[in-house]
Design a protein around this ligand. Structure first.
Ligand code: OAD
Length: 251
């Protein structure tokens, strides 16, 4: 049974010509990826971020950080995109402009078929030279825990953004341009606690976008949203996309 959407939301949504969808770990929850902050099941409930997801932690104990990322990579390899990812891939070919921003590093949007994804926190399947920050392919790496770079001998690290690190400035510029241009902004499956992504919705709203939240729980963004859809993204994103596409088909 498709989820019911408020009538006024459906009207704005059907008129949208550029949507930004910002995804967080909740979008991958139904694929089997733990979220970061959910009290009982989130990754940070079992691990301390400062032990695993900072440059300092990596310098202190690269093997331990790599053990954690190897576990997460294996998890990502075992799972499949869910109905939410698939719906967003479908939306890309139906809407004049869709900007898909994800904080997720699992690559599930691409596996679902999304043609363009701004991965603002990187991708767990790629690597960087820790000393030079340059991409390192498997061929340029001496395997091990930790692996090392054949070119300079430095440690190799996962190509993800850690606490205390800036996101890529070109990517940030593209994200901000999209937030200012869009007519609907959907914040899906994110706690809206980690900046700069947590601020994107407000930027979009300040420049006139309709702000929609898809999340089973309240977040700091909730009070300024025009519409709050309480529930799981694997149900609600397909409902939103179906509402948009059914209208396209009528035109
Ligand atoms: P969080 O764990 O902070 O938040 C996950 C959100 O998803 C929560 O608000 C949940 O209520 C919601 N949620 C859970 N299940 C859901 C479902 N089935 N459908 C929709 N929503 C659901 O994860 P993020 O907001 O992604 O950054 O965290 C942001 C960043 O913090 C991550 O990218 C990561 C982390 O530290 C870095 O590692 C740099």
């Amino acid at each position: 049974m498709p989820a019911a959407l408020p009538r006024a939301l459906t009207d704005s949504w059907r008129a949208a010509r550029h949507a930004v969808v910002l995804c967080g770990s909740g979008v991958s929850a139904e694929s089997g990826v733990p979220t970061f902050r959910d009290a009982q099941t989130g990754m940070w409930a079992s691990f301390r971020p400062e032990d695993l997801a900072t440059p300092e932690a990596f310098q202190r104990n690269p093997s331990q950080v790599w053990d954690w990322y190897a576990w997460r990579r294996e998890l990502c390899d075992r799972i499949e995109p869910n109905a939410g990812h698939l719906a967003l891939a479908r939306l890309a070919s139906a809407m004049p402009r869709l900007t898909l921003l994800t904080q997720n590093v699992d690559g599930l949007h691409q596996r679902a078929g999304s043609p363009e994804v701004l991965e603002i926190h990187g991708n767990i399947h790629r690597n960087l030279c820790f000393a030079e920050g340059t991409p390192v392919s498997d061929a340029d790496m001496i395997a091990g825990r930790p692996p090392t770079c054949v070119r300079c001998g430095s440690l190799v690290r996962p190509a993800v953004v850690w606490f205390g690190e800036a996101i890529d400035s070109d990517m940030l510029d593209r994200a901000l341009e999209a937030c200012r241009d869009c007519d609907v902004f959907i914040s899906a499956g994110t706690s809206s606690e980690v900046y700069p992504a947590a601020g994107f919705g407000r930027i979009a709203a300040d420049t006139g976008a309709v702000l929609v939240e898809v999340n089973p729980d309240e977040t700091p963004l909730t009070p300024i949203c025009d519409y709050v859809l309480r529930g799981q993204s694997a149900t609600l994103l397909p409902a939103l996309v179906a509402a948009y596409i059914s209208d396209e088909e009528r035109q």
